[in-house]
Design a protein around this ligand. Sequence first.
Ligand code: C5P
Length: 225
Amino acid sequence: MMKKSVLIVAAGSGSRMNHETPKQFLRLGDQPLLMHTIRRFYDFDPTISIILVLPFAYVETWNILCARHRFPIAHQLVTGGSERFYSVKNGLGKATASGLIAIHDGVRPLVTEALIKRCYDNAARHGSAIPVLKPDESLREINGNLSKPVDREKFRLVQTPQTFDAKLIKAAYHRDFQPEFTDDAAVYEAAGYAVHLVEGDAANIKITTPVDLIIAESLMSGSKT
Ligand code: C5P
């Protein structure tokens, strides 16, 4: 069995939520959203190593929340940076270079055990596993004031957990930031490694705007019944 780690990035400021509190600390059901995310990985494998990346300014808040909710899952804390790239890089600095590591957005609390397993299994075989979805809606490409329809069959929406051979993704992050590094697959590929796509999950939504929180509440209560 290969060693499994997960790096959960939650150091964003959540400006699109129109809320002062970053979305990862908002409540979903009975606890902060981020606790659900961490628990999903722990439930998948209680021996997993968990690294959590938080904004420096929220470390104290998080410790208080953990005490208040008696959050029992052990994890290592790291502080983030101004871009997701730097937050991941800081987290990887604490990760071991052996086994597999999943890198997951803290704001995707509905990730399922099936998807987590698919990502680790494929990363073990192929070096990487990137969950993607076919777009449901039509797509148009914008060019200034003009736009044109494009073939949506040629596009995929990219989710997390993006899962990698830990040694390779750590090596890939030894590079400078580029604005096109919006996810880990892009960094891995820039290092010359091939990304392997796997089927994502439509319920694994990224909580970005207030409507996402309402959808998540509903999916969460549905999954408990
Ligand atoms: O900003 P974006 O929607 O890409 O955020 C995706 C995830 O990355 C979120 O969980 C967010 O907290 C995290 N993030 C981070 N550090 C940043 C920006 C985003 O850890 N500087």
